[in-house]
Ligand binder design. Structure first.
Ligand SMILES: C[S@@+](CC[C@H](N)C(=O)[O-])C[C@H]1O[C@@H](n2cnc3c(N)ncnc32)[C@H](O)[C@@H]1O
Length: 250
């Protein structure tokens, strides 16, 4: 698993070894056009941070595991370190950021560890931290992830019955995982519960938090191996825009 994916130190899955989805790429391109610092959340050792720093941007990089961020800091060339701010802690309730202090936020491959209520709490934080007009880029594992293929009908049932997190499953006894030779290794490296996210559920959460959805799609991630693949829609991405203030005319 080690060439496209780098294991995290806190058993929170793997970090993509290179940029392998269109939304992270869009975040990097958009971030080159903005005035305030940008932010990468749940970054592990930093997926987008190096590109942002190399193109002259300022970035705040967050992760739950402080040692990931220490590695990023040490790997960053000395002359770029003044533009890198590392911020360990939970993006749910463990970090302090000023309101309207960042122009864009990337949170890649973190929301699939959270249920909808936790995602809503994060979106509330991200909305506050973004400047008006600022953009949020989310990447997550989708309902069409390989580990959800054999149990997809259960997702449809939960969705039809109005479950708030229809993609929420335990990976214990997951049929796709059970068929892997290295299933013990994979299971050790991930939390037990997973949220395979669909566009509709994520879109409702974006709208409820106040974001206008600029773009959303499923995509095939370049960083996955067979165990994660199904039909080319294994990843989900969404870009949200925080509304500009309304001015009423007199
Ligand atoms: C699967 S890795 C994704 C890393 C990287 N963003 C990527 O796209 O490859 C998930 C990362 O999210 C971090 N994480 C999990 N829960 C978090 C939280 N509540 N706040 C901040 N980071 C969190 C983990 O520490 C881990 O580094």
């Amino acid at each position: 698993m080690e060439s496209k994916l780098i294991p995290t130190l806190n058993n929170m899955g793997w970090m993509a070894a290179s940029i392998g989805d269109p939304y992270t790429q869009d975040f990097i391109e958009y971030s080159a056009t903005v005035a305030k610092p940008v932010m990468e959340i749940g970054a592990a050792y930093g997926v987008a941070a190096a590109s942002i720093l190399q193109s002259g941007g300022r970035i705040i990089v967050n992760d739950l595991e402080p040692y990931h961020l220490q590695v990023l800091y040490e790997q960053t060339p000395l002359h770029l370190r003044e533009k890198l701010h590392i911020l360990p802690g939970s993006c749910i309730d463990g970090i302090d950021m000023d309101d309207e202090s960042v122009s864009s936020i990337l949170c890649a491959r973190v929301f699939h560890f959270f249920d909808s209520a936790t995602i809503a709490k994060c979106l509330e934080n991200f909305y506050r931290w973004l400047v008006p007009g600022g953009k949020l880029f989310i990447v997550a594992d989708s309902v069409f992830h390989g580990m959800n293929q054999e149990i997809y009908p259960d997702f449809l049932d939960r969705k039809a019955s109005g479950h708030p997190t229809p993609g929420w499953v335990s990976l214990k006894n997951n049929p796709r995982l059970e068929a892997q030779e290295n299933k013990a290794e994979i299971q050790r490296a991930m939390p037990e519960y997973f949220n395979f996210i669909d566009i509709e559920t994520l879109g409702s959460l974006f709208n409820a938090a106040g974001f206008r959805i600029e773009r959303a799609s499923y995509f095939r991630p370049e960083y996955y191996y067979d165990v994660s693949l199904w039909d080319g829609r294994e990843g989900v991405g969404m870009i949200g825009v925080k509304a500009l203030p309304q001015f009423s005319s007199v």
